[in-house]
Design a binder for this molecule. Sequence first.
Ligand SMILES: C[S@@+](CC[C@H](N)C(=O)[O-])C[C@H]1O[C@@H](n2cnc3c(N)ncnc32)[C@H](O)[C@@H]1O
Length: 178
Amino acid sequence: MAELGEGETVLDLGLGGGIDVLLSARRVGPTGKAYGLDMTDEMLDLARRNAAEAGAANAEFLKGHIEAVPLPDSSVDVVISNCVINLSVDKPAVLAEMHRVLRAGGRIGVSDVVAEDRLSPSERAERGSYVGCIAGCLSVGEYRDGLTAAGLTDISVTFTHPVADGLHAAIIRATKPA
Ligand SMILES: C[S@@+](CC[C@H](N)C(=O)[O-])C[C@H]1O[C@@H](n2cnc3c(N)ncnc32)[C@H](O)[C@@H]1O
């Protein structure tokens, strides 16, 4: 989703068991840092156990909400996330937080479930539940508009595979202007 370089700082929104944080920590190396953010103690405990087993000294796990990220402005080079943003009930806040924590020139590389623009919110809800990562998903146009409103540029939304009629797994990339 994001090409990571040695020494970079990465933030994973909604880390789950932490696999993407651990892979990122390895890629950015000892001079870099990988943060994982999650709202549940269960996921944070699991991720910390996994990091200890992996010996990932440059991984750090934060408790909080993706709508109010507990990191300073302009502190991160890359924001990643896998199948989490669709779960948020305040997506404009999430997109604004991604922009806030990114350094100028920083980038996002996110995967999420995304709807074709032809599907209304109620048609999305007919295809699956909110907690099943279906009903809350944005459409391509909504993602583009939301990222643009947050101040991000160079936006792309690329479908990777279908998950239901008119719904796709997708990779979303964007940049914070330098
Ligand atoms: C579908 S799982 C994805 C986990 C992980 N990214 C993966 O690919 O395995 C969603 C995760 O996001 C977390 N999450 C959902 N909404 C959140 C929010 N608003 N703020 C912080 N974490 C949230 C959940 O606790 C859960 O760990």
